[in-house]
Structure formats: C-alpha cells, structure tokens
Design a protein around this ligand. Structure first.
Ligand SMILES: *Cc1c(COP(=O)(O)O)cnc(C)c1O
Ligand SMILES: [Zn+2]
Length: 420
C-alpha cells in the first residue's frame, strides 16, 4: 500500500534510537522499546504554513503535514473543537487570569478519542487491514466502532466488564463485537496484545499505537492556533496512558520548531483520580519510575494502572515546571456539577478530574494574573451520568395548573415565581 505522507516519516525507538521504515510495527526488535513516528523536518517545512492550515479542512486534517496518514472515504472529520472562555468557572475556582475549555465533547462520538482513532484507522487502511480493534476504558470503544462503521471495516472492542452502560451501549450500537473481559483494563490490554499475535487485527492502541498517539498531538496544535498562534501559559491534561499529555506538549514544540508560534514557556499539568494515580504518586515521590497500581473508583476512562506513556508524561510535566495532582471521587462529582453550572458544558468523570485539578492548582497559587489556563474537557457527561444519580438539582413534579406550579416553586427558589 502506498501513502504519500509516509515518504518523510520513519519509526524511531524511544529506547535505543534505532530507526525503522513506517510499517505495521510497534516495538523495537532490538530492545522492545516503543516506536514513535519521526518526520523529516525539511519536508514538513516545505508543506507547513499558518495560511495553509487556516485554509484547510475544519478538522484534525488541517494539520496534514504533521500527521502520518490521510483520511479515507467515510472519515468522521473529528477535531477543531471550540476553545471557549469560562469566566464564571474561573471565578468559582479562583483562577486569576483567563480560563479556557478545550471542549472535546463536541467530537463525533463525544470524546477526544475520535482524533486518535481517525489517524490509526487511516493507517490501518493504508496497511490493508480489514478489521480494527481496541482495548478500551470506554471512550475508545465508541470511537473505534463508529469509525469502523463509517468506513465499512470489521470492529472488535475489548473492554473491562465493569464499564459504564452508556459506553458499552454506544460501541454495540455501531455494530462492533463487544468483548467484555472479566478483569481490569490492564488485563484487557494484555489479552489484546495476544490477540494481535493470534489474529492480526489492527488494534488502534496496540500495534497501531505509534500512529494512534499522533492524533493526540492535534489537541495541542488546535489550542495554539485558537490562541492566535501562541502557546498558553498553562494546560491541564487528564492522564490515562499519558499519551495525550505527552503529545499535546510535542504539538506545542513542533509548532515552535517551525516558527508558527513563539517558543514561550507553557506549563503542562497532569490530572489523575486518587483511584488510579500512578503518575501523580511518582510525581509526589520525586521519582522517575511509575509503579503500576490496581485502579478503583468512578473515573473509569482514566483507569489505566500501568500507563504505557506514564514515565514520558511525568518527564514532560517536570520539564515544563508543571505539576501532577490526584483528586478524589467526591471532588470529581462536585467539579462535574460546577463545570456544567458555570459553563453549560457537561463533562464526564475525566473532565471532573481536570476541573478539580485546575481548582487545586489555583489554590496552590500556580496561576498568576494574566496567565491563560487551558483545561482539556475530553469526554461528555452523558457517558458517565450515573455518577450524578441522586444528586439531581431542582426537579419538581406538579399537577398541570398554575397554582400548583407557584406553590411548588416557592420553597425551592423564593422569588422565582413572582407574579409579573
Ligand atoms: C483516553 C482518555 C483520556 C486520556 O488519554 P491518554 O492518552 O491515554 O492519557 C482522557 N480523557 C478521556 C475522556 C479519555 O477517554
Ligand atoms: Zn530499541
């Protein structure tokens, strides 16, 4: 299979630096280290310009010169999601400068995973694969299943059996074969590695992982473009495998390398939940190694106990002068509600983790007046709506007449139903 964009991409081992051609490989045959795409900078420079990007498609594909694939027929065109100011949330959290939300709930299947899947599936097709698959903490299942449905590919999603019903239902609705593993995500992931060997499917986050992870870079590219081609002073990123955080930072770097933004300091902060905080624990302990944990709690989309890019994410945070925080489940639920009530954006538990972390960082005095803080809202609240059960705000049931309505409203919100 030929694909023009790969003329100037090789795979380089993160461990021993050996370079490989851009093939369907994900581990170094010498040291088993992970492989990352590496672009020929001169070739990219020939193709990359602000004008070219701004005139491009309204999706991740506007950054085509920085992506290792081209979209095929049926591509769902994720990305270029809004970056929205959130002044009321900033005030509530004590953020002194502008707070902006990167609202990735607006992607085709309502999470940022549509970005990574778009790139991985485009590569899968270029490699001639007819079945795509994934090991998923939830959102990836829906994104992979939708892309496969739109592009006429077979799809198998492997999930831990205890996932939220909404996430399982959406993957199944798209026609994927859903395999629920009696065990954790990390066990589902290990089973997937064996399935790669046994069946030769294209697992977007296993054998296609080098390409998949590149899709995350587009979040950083878009934020910089949407800030008028400048880098934010702070970005707060939820961590599962750590790829999103690492790639957002790489996205900032590559734009600076090519002179599209000024190389100003941009602190990258990581957000985890107490129920699964291996990177936050390593950060707090001041060590470089990330020790695997057994996940618990309500934040299932971030529940990777042995994160593939955890050490990389940790090094990225430290290199930028950022922090990694871990917030507990009650803070997550409160943050989901605060976000919804001050911005109109309904985020899932990962968004609650991010927003609660913004509050933590603000309380620590990490943000100075005038500094722009970007919070990544990576998934939609309807997917994890059960965490709000029993907390619904003001619901009143009334008989259908105006006196009953007036009577019912009075104790809830005095003054709301004053005769006008
Ligand atoms: C997968 C996911 C993340 C984190 O992604 P990694 O790249 O694995 O760190 C964040 N938020 C949501 C909602 C996700 O589904
Ligand atoms: Zn190697």
């Amino acid at each position: 299979m030929t694909d023009q964009t790969l003329e100037y991409v090789v795979l380089r081992c993160r461990g021993c630096q050996t370079a490989y051609p851009a093939a369907l490989e994900y581990a170094c045959s010498r040291c088993l280290g992970p492989l990352d795409p590496e672009y020929d900078a001169e070739e990219v420079a020939k193709r990359l310009s602000r004008d070219g990007i701004e005139a491009g498609p309204r999706s991740i594909w506007r950054y085509a010169p920085l992506l290792p694939a081209s979209p095929g027929p049926g591509d769902l065109a994720p990305g270029l999601t809004p970056l929205v100011p959130a002044p009321r949330l900033a005030e509530a959290l004590g953020v002194p400068g502008p707070l902006l939300l990167k609202d990735d709930t607006r992607n085709p299947t309502n999470s940022f995973k549509d970005r990574v899947v778009a790139v991985a599936v485009a590569r899968a097709r270029a490699f001639g694969l007819s079945t795509v698959a994934c090991a998923s903490t939830g959102n990836l299942a829906g994104a992979t299943a939708a892309a496969a449905a739109a592009q006429g590919l077979e799809c198998v999603v492997v999930i831990p059996a205890d996932l939220e019903a909404g996430k399982v239902a959406s993957a199944a609705a798209f026609g994927a074969t859903v395999v629920a593993v009696e065990g954790s995500y990390d066990q589902a992931n290990r089973l997937s590695m064996q399935a790669v060997e046994a069946f030769g499917w294209g697992f977007v986050n296993v054998n296609l992982r080098p390409w998949y992870a590149e899709g995350s870079k587009t979040v950083g590219l878009e934020v910089a473009e949407q800030l008028g081609w400048s880098l934010p002073e702070h970005v707060v990123v939820p961590i599962a495998s750590g790829a999103l955080l690492t790639k957002v930072h790489q996205g900032f770097g590559v734009l600076a390398d090519h002179g599209l933004v000024e190389r100003t300091p941009a602190k990258v902060h990581g957000a985890q939940s107490v129920g699964c905080s291996p990177v936050a624990a390593a950060f707090a302990a001041g060590v470089d190694e990330v020790t695997p944990v057994r996940p618990s709690g309500i934040v299932k989309s971030l529940a990777i106990g042995d994160p593939a890019d955890g050490a990389e994410a940790l090094a990225t945070v430290r290199g930028t002068g950022g922090r990694v925080e871990a917030v507990d489940d009650s803070e997550v639920v409160e943050a989901i509600e605060l976000l919804a009530r001050t911005t109109g954006v309904f985020g899932e538990t990962a968004a609650g983790v991010t927003v609660a972390t913004v509050g933590r960082l603000a309380a620590r005095g990490e943000f100075r007046p005038g500094e722009r803080v970007v919070a990544l809202i990576t998934g939609h609240g309807l997917k994890t709506r059960e965490v709000l059960d029993g907390r619904a705000g003001a619901t009143v049931t009334v008989r259908p007449n105006i006196d009953a309505l007036s009577e019912a409203l009075e104790p809830l919100r005095p003054g709301l139903a004053v005769p006008g």
